[in-house]
Ligand binder design. Structure first.
Ligand code: ZN
Ligand code: ZN
Length: 140
């Protein structure tokens, strides 16, 4: 599924503090934590604003090159989810399954597809999926 939101994307561009290293830089770029195949999820839960090349600690380039480290440890996707969960004040246990579910769901999914893909979610998580899908003109 694709959920596109250019206005949201813009919030994670330009000057500000990098969501990964904390450096205050003139240019940040939005990074999608889940970016897989044709799925694009422009949701706050899936986007970090990170140092754009060659600003600050060059975080965006290093995340994609898998050379980003924090205190000597290689940064994983789990770490990015932890950062977004702290920023948004939402439990990582809710963020991850909801985003993966949205990424898997086909656009214009049938009720039985929705039931199948959300079978493992809690009622609250299923509600989040519906809310994100129903934002008018964005999910497709
Ligand atoms: Zn940075
Ligand atoms: Zn990126």
């Amino acid at each position: 599924m694709r959920i596109e939101d250019e206005a949201l994307f813009d919030l994670f561009r330009g000057p500000g503090a990098c969501d990964v290293c904390g450096a205050v830089v003139r240019r940040r770029e939005p990074h999608h934590i889940i970016h897989r195949g044709r799925a694009r999820l422009d949701l706050r839960w899936n986007i970090l604003g990170v140092c754009a090349f060659p600003e600050g600690n060059n975080c965006h380039y290093r995340i994609h090159a898998a050379t980003m480290t924090i205190e000597g440890q290689r940064l994983t996707r789990e770490d990015l989810f932890v950062l977004v969960s702290l920023r948004e004040g939402v439990a990582i246990d809710d963020i991850e399954p909801v985003l993966w579910c949205l990424a898997r769901l086909p656009r214009g999914c049938r009720p039985w597809e929705f039931d199948r893909e959300t079978a493992g979610l809690t009622p609250v998580q299923r509600e989040w999926v519906v809310r994100f899908m129903e934002r008018p003109g964005r999910a497709r």
